[in-house]
Design a protein. Sequence first.
Lengths: 370, 670
Amino acid sequence: MIFYCQSVCTICKMGANISQLERDIGSDQFPPNEHYFGLVNFGNTCYSNSVLQALYFCRPFREKVLEYKARNKRTKETLLTCLADLFYSIATQKKKVGSIAPKKFIARLRKEKEEFDNYMQQDAHEFLNFLINHINEIILAERSQSKPAGKGGSGDAGSPPEPTWVHEIFQGILTSETRCLNCETVSSKDEDFFDLQVDVDQNTSITHCLKCFSNTETLCSDNKFKCDHCSSYQEAQKRMRVKKLPMILALHLKRFKYVEQYNRHIKVSHRVVFPLELRLFNTSLFQSDDAVNPDRLYDLVAVVIHCGSGPNRGHYISIVKSHGFWLLFDDDMVDKIDASTIEDFYGLTSDIQKSSETGYILFYQSRDCS
Amino acid sequence: MAVQLDGGGKEDLKTQFVTREGTYKLMTLSEYSRPNRVGYTNSQGSTSVRVSFVTLPDPADPTGTQGLGDRMCFNFGKELYVYVYRGVKKFENMFQAVDLNKPVDKKLYKGTNPTCHNFNQTTATVESAPLLVGFSTGQIQLIDPIKKELSKLYNEERLIDKSKVTCIKWVPGSSNLFLVSHSSGQLYLYNEELLCGTTPPHYQPFKSGDGYAIHTCKTKSTRNPLYRWVIGAEGCCINEFAFSPCGSNLAVVSQDGFLRVFHYDTMELVGSARSYFGGFLCVCWSPDGRYVVVGGEDDLVTIWSFHEKRVVARGQGHHSWVSVVAFDPYTTSYGDHDPDFSGSDDETMPHNNHNHFHEKPCRLSNASQGIHSNRNSCGSELRVSGGTCYRLGSVSQDTQLCLWDITEDVLRQPVNPKQRASTAGSGSFSSSGTFTSGNGATTNHHANNAKHNNTNNVNLKESASANNESSNNSTSTNAAVSTVNSLTQRLVGIGFGERKGDNHKRNFSLTMRASGTSNNGPVQNSSAEKSGINANATNSNSVGGSLGANKKAGSAMDDPMRLIGTAWCPRFDECPVLEPLVCKKLAHERLTELVFREDCFVTACQDGYVYTWARPGHMINVLCDALADARNRGCRPEFSHVHRRTDPSLLAVTPLVAHCQSTVTVSRMV
């Protein structure tokens, strides 16, 4: 029954709610060349809608996707072309507000990944992770194709591929330092990341969660470290630090925890406050070789919010900052919200409280790139 | 790792804790809250619970020892309560519970929440205690909970400001002037005797400066508001303001992350600071007016020197946003500070380090004086004697209370590009303070040293032993060594070029202390250190540059990216980082208020509870008297006797003796 309405609602509709948005913003205040379009839900596709809206309002990402659209006129359909078409479609709407059906994108997504090919609620973070990686792979694949045939084999010949624009936007580098407790040898390893996944504690801030992320962890018992120097498994200490800060810092709050006692995942609704402005404490300082500013100041630009009590039910919405004001995207509905309502999405301080609308993925954009 | 779904063990709430001056205890029978509470009330998104006090001059009790003159006001949700406040004072029945069903006054508002309130201590009498209340919808009410008949409304029609009142205070010493801040970013001066008019006020510019403008009302007859201050960017919420103890300066903190300090009468901006990130939420002045402390969304407590007009230190210890900062004037000691604390309770043990740390600067300067003067002329800048030791308290959304001891030595670390070496020294001891914290920090420290040397196994042993040595050594030498080393590092660092792609560079992710210690043999540095040093030197250069740019304020004011590394907002490693003396979880909900009083301190919590914490010695006054009596009579004190006279649930015999002793010692010291 859902497919029935798909074909109809590709055309934008002007609900009562939508025109209210224009009134709320005010016609003179409405940013030029900006469009606020809700995304129609095709049956539990809010995980995708919320993430797509958040990404659309990550300006560097949107610009690159639109650029890609402009450069690639006639190529075979990929998830990236579908995304580019969707973004292009939003950006070129005649109306300023409305809703749009991401029909092609969802259809392609369901083809690309089996897990998403159903009407079940999916995890927004898994989707984001898949999308970012998948787009990156598409770009890399297209790049290798476009290279002259003679150099075809050289791509795998060791040297890391040149970073794509996805790397440039989302990629940061983590350094994990491990010290063997037997021989004291320290080894460190760099890891790329597209987002940081942090554990949440009750009544803390995202700053604290990020600090805990860098706390020293002892590897022991079953989880011993294979020390090259000792040539054996040894107890070791490990800690992670951010070596390179990304342009857009995506923070995933690990709110779904597996609890053995219940044999299932439980939502952790802990109250974790997140400021509109952020700096990181756990960077490895004094990186002179990377042209990365450890003083980078981030602005919160979008938040994907999970509503509901469990991982398999509930709903995803997103709030985004655009031209100085905040908007709430709930599938096809868009509302202007006051910045002070963001505190409703920090989480709960008590189990007794019912509605759990909690920040799930935070998108911070570096100020020096805006 | 077990998952805590209940929001963190209920069992670890503190009902008492120990600092160097003794044990603070929760007065379980002096707990205020809304009467007849039923179960759980939703505190989500509601306004913070704030507490105001007033002491009524009582002719019958001029010394106030009976404590009948204290009134307390707190707000919760839509309600406002005024009670007689008994604190820890003794009554006929010793620790008499407060009858929560008999408030002095109680108000329930519809459609709006009281957000803040303030008694006028200047005009308070036995029969009258003017109380200002600000509301979430912008209105202001003046009531008298004792006289009852008084009730005036200001901004009633919301013609002056529609946004939430965030802070309201009587102008110090004034009987009729008060200042109100709103979340719209405006601050108004009202005269309680004037009317607000029936039309929206028309303003005319009166004065403006960097990031603020002041207007007056453009009317023939004087009306409210007398002045309007627009502070910061448009619509940027003023979170709190505070008058200096002398009443002549006004510190204002806003959501734009700025602290702005004005000379109140001349309306001149005399200084400002920027948060590390996020808004500043709370502000207070040191009792001597020399420092302004702010807390904010960076989870830090930031100390700003009024005289030097710069951020002099930061305190790191909270796990979430800092909601209230307050100096404890009764524990702040002036002059030479003796760290001889004898806290014997196991709770104090982990904190010994912090005390040592706070002592360190003093010794550091002694120990390193000679070396410094050889190497750098800035040596004379370091102070030898200990100065004032301030006690600061802070509460946060993390439900914890932090107490901080701040010695002037730390605050007086010079920051000047030419004296960078000593600043680096201060950086290194402060980071050593950071390393003495829990979370396996000591081992962490070990790890760091080892990490530095991972390329050089010969160096490894040396470093490890050096490390052991330094941790066994008195902190003074250690700190001195690191100071010298930072200086050495800097000098050495200049000689090294860029080491492109050096794999070990990233290892310089540690705090300076670690580098300082492992650097005991500076000549045989591993490459990792060299690269680190190099970066360090570069860093200091950039600081010098930006500091020079400080002079031309103005344009830089709006841009936090340009303020980083300046006196307004030093980089994190450029400024001493303090650790709390104690950090205690006091509630299940976020803490929203902290007031220090002579015999106790008071905390309030988002769920509407107001708690009184008796200071060491104060709750057991009676007992000490008993002990003294017993001694005077030449007989052994009978603990069982003492025990019977008090609430047995509150006091145990063993700690009692210690506290009495410590009380005596303290008084002798003073």
